[in-house]
Design a protein around this ligand. Structure first.
Ligand code: HAM
Length: 416
């Protein structure tokens, strides 16, 4: 029997990891420059943490979570997203006590049992950030600007930023009632999925992917028309700041997002370079969530973005990260020199030099081929004669120049 990876999961192969590492480094650089610090939380948590925060009626909680009972009978879930875990850790560790604003970021695997397709996996990776403790529109815009800065750094410009305000606990229920009344008038014409949503989650009907639903709901009232003064002022300030910072955006009054914890600002970044799964990143404000999870009333805002979708665009653009290659390949010209080559390779590595040698007892010719295959920058060929004279030829494998080098100075040559 041969084993294969589970449907919807993917190996990230050695030929692909340089691009991942390059992108991750850029992402970490941007987070550091915006003063967000890394948080690493477990990949599994108590099921109710996600049910409570993301919302019982969402697709994620309703049908996509990897939930199981562990051997003690506790219900455990592989994290479908990072916000709930970050807030759980924030509350549990009193992170807000010493700092009025806690800025954290994460990069790691998330799990959702969705139907796999291009850009949609069951184990995928997100990078994201949360600013916990600030109610200001400035913080929303910092999060948005930081997300876009990451794409800019990686040379990606083909995206659209859509924003909306989904109101708060005071104005949203009023809007939902208005929308529900309107939707009930056309309920029998809507898709089965949308009909189900009318009673409990009517705003999701506006987000339906069904073309007929879209046409039927085209003229429906939008939440932006029902915002109370506070939400309206906040939304105006967000738009004003985006404009002042020169960040283009479109207001999409139908944007609701697939998680229920948002209040006020919600946003999504989409790209036409992706297929039907066109969301690169999404986020928004969640002013009630810390309290909902048992903490003190604390506002917050954040975002998360898909790594695989970012990779798809970078690969499409033919982006070539710097390859991982040895600085020097030490080749043994004869059997007697193998021990010296091995020992010197180890010593060079200890001095911080990427060095490689042959471990398969191959001929000199095969060793030189391997040095080329590994794209080593230099090859040092050492045999009995070189060991006796104490000098050897160092070949530059890029420009094919050669030089004699004393064996005792190899390390200095590469560390100078
Ligand atoms: P989300 O919109 O569910 O938001 O996910 C964010 C991003 O993760 C998506 O835009 C997409 O790029 C990627 N993504 C989601 N599901 C998959 C999948 N099955 N396969 C590949 N990529 C996927 C959140 O997760 C929120 N926690 C964002 C947030 C943070 N809001 C506030 N703070």
């Amino acid at each position: 029997m041969t084993y294969r990876s589970i449907k919807g999961t993917k190996d990230i192969l050695p030929s692909e990891t340089p691009l991942w590492q390059f992108a991750e480094q850029t992402i970490r650089d941007v987070f550091r420059q915006f003063n967000y610090k890394e948080i690493r939380t477990p990949v599994f948590e108590t099921t109710s943490l996600f049910a409570r925060s993301i919302g019982e009626l969402t697709d994620i909680v309703g049908k996509e979570m990897y939930t199981f009972q562990d051997r003690s009978g506790d219900s455990i879930t592989l994290r479908p997203e990072g916000t709930a875990s970050a807030l759980r850790a924030y509350i549990q560790n009193n992170l807000g006590e010493s700092l009025p604003l806690t800025k954290v970021y994460y990069i790691g695997p998330m799990f959702r049992q969705e139907r796999p397709q291009a850009g949609r996996l069951r184990q995928f990776h997100q990078f994201g950030a949360e600013a916990i403790g600030s109610p200001t529109a400035e913080t929303d815009v910092e999060i948005i600007a930081m997300t876009l800065e990451i794409y800019k750094r990686l040379g990606i410009t083909s995206y659209t930023l859509q924003i909306n305000s989904v109101g708060d606990e005071e104005c949203r229920p009023r809007y939902k009632e208005v929308l529900r009344t309107e939707l009930l008038k056309i309920a029998d014409k809507l898709s089965a999925e949308s009909q189900k949503r009318i009673s409990q989650n009517p705003m999701r009907v506006l987000d339906s992917k069904d073309e007929n639903d879209k046409a039927l709901t085209a003229g429906m009232p939008l939440i932006t028309e029902y915002l109370n003064d506070e939400c309206k002022a906040h939304f105006e300030r967000v738009k004003g700041l985006l404009t002042a910072y020169g960040i283009p955006f479109t207001v999409n009054g139908r944007l609701v997002r697939g998680l229920d914890y948002y209040t006020k600002t919600a946003f999504e970044i989409t790209s036409t370079e992706l297929g039907s799964q066109d969301a690169l990143a999404g986020g928004g404000r969640y002013d009630l969530l810390v309290k909902e999870l048992g903490g003190k009333q604390t506002p917050g805002v954040g975002f998360a973005a898909g790594m695989e979708r970012l990779m798809m665009i970078l690969e499409k653009k033919g982006f070539q990260p710097p390859a991982q290659r040895p600085a020097v390949f030490l080749a043994a010209a004869d059997e007697q020199s193998r021990d010296w080559v091995l020992k010197t390779t180890m010593e060079l590595r200890s001095s911080g030099i990427a060095a490689e040698c042959d471990l398969l007892s191959r001929s000199l010719k095969s060793q030189m081929k391997e040095a080329d295959r590994q794209q080593a920058q230099f090859a040092l060929v050492v045999g009995a004669m070189e060991l006796e004279t104490g000098t050897a030829v160092l070949k530059n494998l890029t420009d094919h120049s050669q030089q004699q080098i004393p064996l005792g100075t190899v390390a200095q040559f590469f560390t100078r």
